[in-house]
Design a binder for this molecule. Structure first.
Ligand code: NAD
Ligand code: ZN
Length: 368
């Protein structure tokens, strides 16, 4: 299949996302075709990327002065210290603003590399090569970068758009099944907040997508990127519309945080549980119609996605979950702000609910 190109136009940067297979061996050509020029670059490489892919990238970039920083990607290492280490290499090797940082990894690697690129001399060139499904459909679009702190996830960061994104589905072949499901969770989210036709496509093709079969996987990545593109183009700095991308996320962040961001529940899995909670809450508050609710719930169960919060939590965890929901950075008062769904493709933002009504709701969810 021919690579697909999607152009993103934001106030600060216009750039392309290239989606295809076996792109990395041609990376030098792709960079040139997209009019990006630099002499030196630092590859920030996730340690789980296959040696072969890394050497293909290096081979293709052999005309450039290349440095490599190997990164052990996990939420604990997504911190200032890792950003500092990248900045240290850039300073030590005398990089200028005309040079480039290239991230090769998932959302964690992309977020810290983008943040370092933004900070270094107030910004040098940045190319993102996302290697997980989640990063290809979500985190590589929209320019959010950042790190975690002891106060919470992603609380420090910036908006910094890349110069180019290269999404090569070849990387996905080595991805653990759980990580594929995580990416699928964000794809499903995009369909629910924006496009019923796309949801129907997912409903028909979820098994092929989860098996990464072409051309279904490319189509799912493309449609998902397209939805995120149209949202971030309209609201780059999350003033309003962009909040719809947080569908399921206020619940999800609280679930992840309550389990200490452990491997028991990855972000994308938490998002699927969070969307399920947001859907039940939408139904109980008479926003969502029963037949739309049923279609989505049936989809989640047919695709074998995680769906029961009581497999992860007990009633005794309720206070912890609620306190994280209040602390979520998208909430600015004691009330909890939620993105809910009216029907497939039509989200509602700025609905606030008292902590107590959430307590009653979650207690019920944990019982049933
Ligand atoms: P990740 O970067 O941790 O990658 C998941 C796991 O897969 C890691 O163990 C990683 O080493 C491994 N991996 C990566 N590529 C691989 C490959 N090709 N083969 C085998 N293993 C591979 O996580 P993620 O799910 O990609 O991203 C989650 C992160 O993204 C979170 O920190 C989240 O906050 C962030 N995020 C950011 C945005 C944004 O807009 N910037 C949006 C959504 C999520
Ligand atoms: Zn997410």
């Amino acid at each position: 299949m021919k690579p697909i190109k999607l152009k993103i136009n934001t106030r600060t940067q216009n750039y392309s996302i290239i989606i295809g297979s076996n792109l990395v061996s041609n990376i030098s050509k792709i960079i040139k075709e997209n009019s990006i020029d630099f002499k030196k670059c630092l590859l920030v490489v996730d340690k789980n990327i296959s040696k072969q892919s890394v050497s293909e990238v290096k081979k293709s970039l052999n005309q450039k002065k290349l440095y490599v920083y190997n990164f052990n990607a996990n939420e604990i290492n997504k911190n200032f210290n890792s950003v500092n280490k990248i900045l240290d290499v850039l300073l030590n090797k005398n990089f200028s603003r005309e040079d480039c940082v290239i991230s090769i990894g998932g959302g964690i690697t992309g977020d810290i590399s983008g943040f370092a690129a933004c900070l270094f001399k107030r910004g040098l060139k940045f190319i993102n090569i996302p290697t997980t499904l989640l990063s290809q459909v979500d985190s590589s679009i929209g320019g959010k970068t950042g790190v975690n702190t002891k106060y919470g996830k992603n609380l420090i960061g910036s908006f910094y758009q890349p110069n180019l994104v290269i999404s090569d589905i070849q990387f996905l072949k080595t991805l653990p099944k759980r990580e594929v499901i995580c990416g699928y969770g964000e794809i499903l989210k995009h369909s629910l907040i924006a496009n019923k036709k796309f949801f129907n496509f997912l409903d028909k093709n979820s098994d092929k997508i989860l098996k990464l079969s072409s051309p279904s996987i490319e189509k799912a990545i493309y449609e998902s990127c397209n939805i995120k593109k149209s949202v971030v183009e309209k609201d780059e700095k999350e003033k309003n519309l962009r909040k719809i991308l947080n569908f399921g996320h206020t619940f999800a962040h609280a679930y992840e945080a309550s389990l200490g961001y452990s491997k028991k529940l990855n972000h994308g899995e938490a998002v699927i549980l969070g969307m399920k909670s947001a859907l039940s809450f939408s139904l109980k508050n008479n926003l969502l119609k029963k037949n739309d609710y049923n279609s989505i719930i049936n989809h989640i169960s047919r695709a074998n996605l995680p769906s029961k919060i009581k497999n992860f939590f007990k009633i005794k965890d309720l206070n912890k979950i609620l306190s994280f929901m209040i602390k979520d950075k998208k909430n600015n008062t004691d009330k909890i702000n939620l993105v809910l769904l009216k029907r497939i493709g039509l989200p509602v933002i700025n609905k606030t609910y008292k902590k107590n009504s959430l307590r009653v709701f979650l207690k019920n969810e944990l019982r049933n």
